[in-house]
Design a protein around this ligand. Structure first.
Ligand code: SF4
Length: 350
């Protein structure tokens, strides 16, 4: 399909504007409702698919509008069934999206920015800097792409791909609402998880949302100097303030945030690091996800051995902290964030 970039994306129109278009094109008012259903509930990406609209009307729409849906540039399929995509938007920027099917469930991990300026030391995306933030529709489009590719309904979405969602807060919240809406993808709020490095003002704003969206915080170390080294982008939001903000969050929402802890050999798997994490979590409402860092070629950071991961889990559990060891899915397919794009860039350069 030829792309017609000079036309507006029909999905950027408000319901009122859609009704206006319907009436200007001489159609009865109920067509606006049909159009809305095709666009936001059934998530089609062409006018041809809108089979209950008259052909002439569909042709008229196609003369005035287009669908700014992303193009699949690369797809990798893992032995465990997960799929990783590099999706490119009409302006040429590309992001990574991962689909993780399991029995009766389909989880999708989406990006919220093309690139990222948080500069996390262990992350390929962080090295390349920020290109631009994504719109809410572009976030939803990633979910729709995976759903169509696998022919399944998406049951949960994690905002954990490229980018810092809380550095693109308003569009992230809009995307959450589009995914949650019964006139959208209708995914339960608790099954929508946003992962932040810990941008405190937006943790507070997130706590004020009426919906029960889930919060995850990339912690990676509970010792300030290590965390500064690993995550320089959130240096100014100190661990003391973060701890405070998370207490307020749990008091206000009654919900349990998840702390992500990617274990890196010799960096955050030492005795003092383990003690500091236990102290940070003990007595608070939280759930810790321990994960072995992905083994990235040429990276100075190596995954901790499994026995260290298990040791940390034991220590946390002894202090009454709920903990899960997560498998890194798709480890055979460049699954760490930024790797696929990096590979693609390397391919282009070589
Ligand atoms: S880990 Fe996430 S927040 Fe950190 S640089 Fe990479 S994409 Fe950005």
């Amino acid at each position: 399909m030829e792309r017609t970039h000079h036309l507006p994306d029909i999905r950027t129109l408000s319901p009122k504007e859609l009704s206006q278009v319907v009436s200007e094109l001489g159609q009865p008012a109920f067509r606006a409702k049909q159009l809305n259903e095709w666009l936001f509930e059934k998530n089609v990406c062409s006018f041809e698919e809108m089979t209950n609209l008259p052909k002439a009307f569909r042709e008229q729409l196609a003369e005035h509008f287009f669908f700014a849906v992303p193009t699949e540039v690369v797809k990798q399929v893992s032995k465990d069934g997960s799929r990783k995509y590099l999706l490119q938007f009409p302006d040429g920027v590309a992001v990574e999206t991962v689909g993780m099917p399991s029995r009766n469930r389909l989880a999708v991990c989406i990006s919220t920015q093309a690139g990222c300026n948080m500069g996390c030391a262990f992350c390929a995306t962080g090295l390349a800097g920020l290109t631009r933030s994504l719109t809410a529709q572009e976030m939803v489009d990633q979910v729709v792409h995976v759903s169509r590719d696998l022919g399944e309904r998406v049951t949960s979405v994690v905002f954990m791909g490229q980018g810092e969602p809380f550095a693109n807060f308003n569009e992230t919240v809009r995307a959450l609402r589009m995914l949650n809406s019964e006139h959208g993808l209708n995914i339960g709020a608790r099954h929508l998880t946003v992962s932040t490095c810990g941008i405190i003002p937006n943790i507070r704003a997130f706590a004020d949302l009426p919906e029960q969206f889930t919060l995850a915080v990339s912690l990676h170390s509970a010792i300030q100097s290590t965390r500064n080294q690993l995550m320089p982008g959130v240096k100014k939001y100190t661990l003391v303030r973060l701890h405070e903000a998370l207490q307020l969050y749990t008091e206000k929402t009654g919900r349990r945030p998840t702390y992500e802890f990617a274990m890196i050999e010799g960096i955050n798997d030492t005795n003092p690091e383990m003690n500091a994490l236990c102290d940070f979590c003990e007595g608070t409402l939280c759930h810790v996800n321990l994960i072995q860092l992905n083994d990235i070629p040429d990276s100075p950071f190596k995954p901790s051995p499994m026995k260290k991961v298990e040791e940390l889990q034991r220590r946390l559990q002894m202090r009454g902290v709920e903990t899960t060891i997560r498998n890194s899915r798709g480890s055979d397919i460049d699954a760490a964030c930024g790797q696929l794009k990096q590979r693609k860039i390397n391919v282009h350069l070589s």
